[in-house]
Design a protein around this ligand. Structure first.
Ligand SMILES: C[S@@+](CC[C@H](N)C(=O)[O-])C[C@H]1O[C@@H](n2cnc3c(N)ncnc32)[C@H](O)[C@@H]1O
Length: 251
């Protein structure tokens, strides 16, 4: 998230924290619109720190997103803290923890967690008794105990395309794989408004879910096709101009 804020959002002229969240809110509105009753939305977001005019600030992105979803009348469920084991402590959010970094009281705690926020659209989803697709989607006790606990330790995404995964802040496949298994059943439609290098698409297809993704940059299609191997024949990429999107919304 921090990376996107710097590179992508600055390019969009959303230079401030508020402007970034106003930009994101447009997507959250669409997420609410397309969610089925009882459907679940998961948002992976990290907080950020910046020093502005010599003063340190924490930007708690996760709380902004929760407030937005609450205002849209979605139900906030307990969230997951994704701990990335590779992150080393950094002194005052900057360099290595050296010298005076070992002396109290002026060092800061390192942000080495990201949030996976979870929201439900209204009441619980209902199913026919013994719905075969639901039963085929069940998880094991070991999976339940690990997945439904609040702290996940999952290593970062493998870098396979010259650092592209880092540039688009790709998460490791294990993250969407777990969430899709936890909150959808076989044949459900998974929607990812921030497709990037297609990590969620890959997990959704492997797990027998249908999928629609949106990506504002066109140049990921080759990477996604390569990543999907033979399954890539089942993917249709459609270019849509902003004008087309607006007229579709009005129709
Ligand atoms: C954090 S990355 C997603 C990474 C993805 N999970 C992956 O595994 O590669 C966010 C992506 O969303 C795209 N994006 C940002 N705003 C968008 C919007 N309004 N509509 C569609 N795509 C958008 C960016 O171009 C970027 O590729």
């Amino acid at each position: 998230m921090v990376g996107i804020w710097d590179d992508f959002f600055r390019a969009e002229a959303a230079e401030s924290y508020d402007a970034m969240h106003m930009y994101l809110n447009q997507t959250w509105k669409e997420v609410k619109r397309v969610l089925v009753p009882g459907g679940i939305a998961c948002v992976n977001i990290g907080d950020a720190t910046r020093t502005k005019d010599g003063v340190f600030h924490l930007y708690p992105n996760h709380s902004r997103v929760i407030e937005t979803f609450e205002r849209m009348d979605l139900i906030t469920l307990p969230y997951i803290l994704w701990k990335k084991p590779t992150t080393k402590p950094r002194y005052k959010g900057k360099g290595a923890f050296l010298g005076s970094g070992f002396l109290p009281p002026n060092a800061y705690v390192t942000l080495d967690m990201e949030y996976i926020l979870i929201f439900r659209n209204g009441t619980l989803r209902t199913f026919e008794p013994k719905d075969p697709k639901r039963y085929r989607s069940k998880f094991t006790k070991i999976q339940r105990d690990e997945w439904f606990s609040q702290v996940w330790t999952v290593t970062g995404a493998r870098q396979t395309h010259g650092g592209l995964e880092r540039r688009v802040a790709a998460f490791p496949e294990e993250i969407p794989r777990r969430l899709i298994r936890m909150f959808s059943i076989e044949g459900d439609l998974v929607v990812d408004p921030f497709l990037g290098s297609g990590t969620t698409l890959k997990a959704a297809m492997d797990l027998g879910r249908r999928f629609i993704g949106y990506e504002r940059l066109g140049d990921f299609s080759g990477i996604i096709r390569e990543r999907m191997g033979r399954d890539s024949e089942r993917i249709v990429f459609q270019k849509q101009s902003v004008a087309e999107q607006i007229s579709e919304l009005k129709a």
